[in-house]
Design a protein around this ligand. Structure first.
Ligand SMILES: NC(=O)c1ccc[n+]([C@@H]2O[C@H](COP(=O)([O-])OP(=O)(O)OC[C@H]3O[C@@H](n4cnc5c(N)ncnc54)[C@H](OP(=O)(O)O)[C@@H]3O)[C@@H](O)[C@H]2O)c1
Length: 311
């Protein structure tokens, strides 16, 4: 095992377990998948780019030659893709012990507000609504398997707010604002899923994590292009985490025995980097009224979209 992928805490033996990780074709997600595979878990990796997926699978197998790695197609920015994956999994009924909702985009440095093919703001759909659609469609399987769900947030979720009258930043757009809002929505969803599971006895275990600041990933390409002097990168490199270490909070969330829902992140300065540890949740994400409201709004948005497609 390379030093970079050396876990700082011991993952238990995960042989016989199956984990699905979104966004494992690059960055932190590849390292989360690698960590799980090296502990013995079989992997289902839904990716939007098969070539990148194959390349990540090869890197994972290099450290875990016996790992079962199965690629699937998923573009979170397309509801037809999310639906297709859910239907496939519901038909195949893989023994899903763990789902890590890790994929994400942040279009920092790009002032243009982008819409998905479904007409949703791109951060909102990729980071939140796509994961919401996939997870809620899979609920029968997740309940049957008493699956653990790990929700990958961001420091931005602790600093951002959700404008209920402008959830998709249509009136006022800035990339960091839209990214932060999407991660707040994802966090509200995570805690609401935990509450519903506890109240209804679904058996789904939910924990949340964030990776800190991770300069060496594919995220924010436009910002990287503009950061010619390397000032932002220098700061991120000094305080942040390399991808393998940034994967540790999600891995800790994947195996902790602590009562759910817990929140894990890096323990260093400003929580940018350092070893993974349990952290206090961002209070705005644990509000049950906001969580229930978000679930209802998202369900409505998906329903409206389905009606629009049928019409
Ligand atoms: N890097 C940081 O500083 C940082 C800080 C806080 C939180 N995070 C969070 O950490 C997670 C991982 O980010 P990262 O830094 O590892 O970024 P990354 O290297 O860009 O990886 C993002 C992953 O998400 C996938 N993805 C993006 N859009 C998708 C879509 N429409 N459908 C399916 N998959 C999609 C990407 O697929 P492709 O390979 O096809 O692009 C890639 O596998 C994200 O949720 C991010 O918000 C990162």
């Amino acid at each position: 095992m390379s030093r970079a992928s050396q876990p700082e805490f011991a993952l238990p033996d995960l042989r016989g377990r199956t984990a699905l990780v979104t966004g494992a074709s690059n960055g932190v997600g590849t390292e989360i998948a690698r960590g799980l595979a090296e502990a013995g878990a079989a992997l289902i990796l839904p990716v939007r780019n098969r070539e990148k997926g194959e390349s990540a699978a090869a890197r994972i197998r290099a450290g875990a030659p016996d790992a079962g790695v199965s690629l699937r197609d998923l573009d979170l920015a397309r509801l037809d893709s999310t639906r297709a994956l859910a239907e496939t999994l519901l038909a195949e009924r893989p023994p899903l012990d763990l789902v890590v909702l890790n994929a994400g985009i942040v279009l920092l440095g790009d002032p243009v507000r982008h819409l998905s093919a479904d007409g949703f703001e791109l951060h909102f759909q990729t980071n939140f609504l796509g994961h919401f659609a996939l997870t809620t469609a899979l609920l029968p399987l997740l309940r049957e398997r008493r699956t653990r769900v790990v929700v990958q947030l961001s420091l931005a979720a602790g600093m951002s707010t959700l404008d209920w009258h402008d959830l998709q930043s249509a009136r006022r757009y800035a990339p960091l604002r839209a990214y932060g809002a999407s991660k707040v929505a994802l966090g509200l969803f995570g805690y609401e899923l935990a509450r519903r599971s506890a109240a209804e006895g679904w058996g789904i275990v939910v924990h949340l994590s964030h990776p800190g600041v991770v300069p060496d990933t594919g995220i924010a390409p436009a910002m990287r292009a503009r950061d010619r002097g390397g000032v932002g990168r220098g700061l991120a490199e000094r305080l942040g985490n390399p991808p393998a270490r940034a994967a540790q909070p999600a891995l800790m969330a994947a195996v902790t025995d602590a009562a759910p829902p817990c929140f894990f992140g890096p323990s260093g300065a400003l929580h940018f980097g350092g070893a993974a540890s349990r952290q206090r949740p961002y209070r705005r994400l644990t509000d049950p009224v906001a969580g229930a409201r978000l679930w209802s709004v998202a369900t409505q948005l998906l329903g409206d979209r389905a009606d629009a497609v049928r019409a």
